[in-house]
Design a protein around this ligand. Sequence first.
Ligand code: SF4
Length: 315
Amino acid sequence: MSDSKKEPMASKTDNRQVVMKIQEIQAKSIVNKSNLPIAGFSVNPYVGCPHACRYCYASFMKRFTNHSEPWGTFLDVKNWPPISRPEKYQGKTIILGSVTDAYHPLEERYGRTRMFLEQMQGSRANLILTTKSDLILRDLELIRTFPDPLVAWSINTLDERFRADMDSAATIGQRLAAMKTFHDAGIRTTCFISPIFPVVTDVFSIIERVKQRCDYIWLENLNLRGEYKSVILDYIKSQHSDLLPLYEDIYLKKENRYWGQLDTQVASYAESNGYLYLVAEEPFQKRKPIKPIIINYFYHERIRQSEKISKLSEQ
Ligand code: SF4
């Protein structure tokens, strides 16, 4: 990837008054092979993400893209050559937004995500979109032209104050409303409860809130690596000091008992409430389930497509 316009432009995101350094860059191609277990290809129309989540796993991208600025304060807007033969992606799964949020506020101005969707019209690719935004409502009609698209909203709290402490994305209320609109439109929706902060994230309250508007509930634990480990531990120390010993056990002493206990609690809740509960399964079922399917991704290394979900896909 090489820079095409090097002049940075100052801008502000909608939520936090952060001055953004923005530049346009030229990418060799927009669709890339992905190592993610859930998709063979990934598309990231931007480098960087104005949502600036404090725990952002994607901030490692700074190392590969020559950025020294704090994550969330820069955005590279990609230009790319026309996609040759979009139909070659027929039946292939493409995740849109694996190391950025394709619907951050500046998408409204630059429109690269919409441009990609327009270029892929007729490709019959399987799309998975993950976001923390309601700007995706703008593209509902475009998204529904793809076969069986799946849209996931990350929600790890119902507490707007904690949400605002952690990210500058859309409010939880906006995400829930967007999820409902897509669900009502017959598009498969996921509530991605991620990252689950031990004790702080009330998984069961979130499930109760979203159960009528989503087809899947994915669970992912908070992983702390790299520079943001200390940021999050400092936050817990200042805001939830009573939880600090637990967080130190998990993130400094690598004690995993908490996740095992939560796994057991979710299994029991699912059984009592009639939910199918799967562990580390790929979310490839194409049919909308009658009740949300809960999938636990605490154990990423075990993600697989098991017979259970394959059989559901055939029904
Ligand atoms: S929305 Fe995703 S990519 Fe963007 S900052 Fe948050 S975690 Fe990172």
